[in-house]
Write a protein that binds this ligand. Structure first.
Ligand code: NAI
Length: 308
């Protein structure tokens, strides 16, 4: 809660009630919008955003931010997500068409990029915000992985980026100078035990970003990964121990955990021309977490536990 004069009471990331004393000492209140104003960063640009499932999805926030910045796009998700019905509201809000495509299916992706071409001609950006750890979901320890599930995890969470880029390039769908962004997690570079097989998937994803980055450079197309803080989403909360990892991030990071809305703001800068010389990077968007060893908050918590 934030008290100032007039009093502001935050009720969510984007809205705030403001109480103030009007003339004749009458208490008024109004609701005002706290969203970051658009800067037209994606004005005239078109793209495809993969992975918005519900309001908590990082891709949902990215779609809202891209729309705010003037971008227009197709929303895509796996056909199995259709029955959940959540995407219609986002499509309406962002004036987008939804094209269902399993990101592990070349056939679905070919159809998607043909449809994107029919709608927009060439596109300027692609966002890959897709992930699923099958063994993690089924509580299989890293030392006891079911290899069929492991394969599926890698296929959905990492190889899908390769497939998406390959299909987009084969369809000559991406304009020279375009930008591709994929979502990653620091568990791809350091061991976060409960992240298990997903650490391998993110390591592969980040490697694909580098390997494809070289090939795409000839066309001036950029590709980067954003390594995001733990974020409360469907995929995030499917990981055992997520709350502990979230709290650890909160206690270690000087700025605290980055939320989905700030990740979305960062993403649109990478999709914009302002970052036209940035490619093949894994860029940390984590409130400073990756550069920390231990924080005073954690030292104090451990000292309390040790009774010293
Ligand atoms: P989410 O569950 O909202 O998004 C994951 C999406 O992947 C869902 O929309 C799901 O339908 C889609 N998906 C799964 N299988 C698919 C398939 N075969 N074809 C097409 N789409 C498929 O969760 P969240 O957290 O927004 O995840 C987005 C990305 O962000 C993922 O890559 C995730 O690993 C990454 N990330 C998430 C963090 C977190 O703490 N939530 C932290 C760092 C990265």
């Amino acid at each position: 809660m934030v008290f100032r004069f007039p009093f502001h009471i935050a009720v969510g990331p984007n809205a705030c009630y403001r109480y103030f004393w009007g003339t004749q000492h009458v208490l008024h209140f109004e609701v005002f919008d706290m969203t970051v104003p658009g800067h037209g960063l994606l004005s005239g640009k078109t793209g495809v955003i993969f992975g918005a499932l519900n309001e908590s999805s990082i891709a949902w926030a990215i779609a809202e931010a891209a729309y705010r910045e003037g971008g227009r796009f197709i929303l895509s998700n796996a056909p199995v997500a259709k029955r959940l019905g959540g995407l219609d509201a986002l499509a309406e809000k962002t004036e987008s068409e939804i094209i269902w495509a399993d990101a592990t299916s070349d056939e679905d992706l070919t159809n998607l990029f043909e449809a994107a071409k029919a709608q927009f001609g060439q596109i300027d950006f692609i966002v890959h915000s897709i992930g699923m750890g099958i063994n993690v979901r089924k509580d299989k320890d890293y030392t006891e992985l079911n290899y069929d599930w492991y394969q599926k995890t890698l296929d959905i969470s990492a190889v899908s980026l390769h497939r998406i880029v390959t299909n987009a390039m084969n369809a000559e769908s991406v304009r020279d100078g375009g930008s591709i962004v994929a979502l990653s997690y620091i568990g791809g570079q350091r061991v976060f035990t409960k992240y298990s097989e997903m650490g391998d998937a993110k390591a592969l994803l980040e490697s694909i970003v580098r390997s494809y980055g070289y090939r795409l450079g000839k066309k001036g197309i950029r590709i980067n990964a954003i390594s995001q803080s733990p974020t409360r989403t469907t995929a995030g909360s499917g990981i055992e121990g997520f709350d502990a990892m979230f709290e650890y991030g909160e206690m270690l990071s000087p700025l605290g955990n980055a939320d989905a809305a700030s990740c979305a703001d960062y993403t649109v800068t990478l999709l914009s021309d302002l970052t036209r010389m940035v490619t093949m990077q894994t860029l940390f968007h984590d409130g400073g977490f990756n550069n920390m060893g231990i924080s005073t908050a954690l030292v104090e918590a451990l000292s309390d536990k040790l009774g010293r």
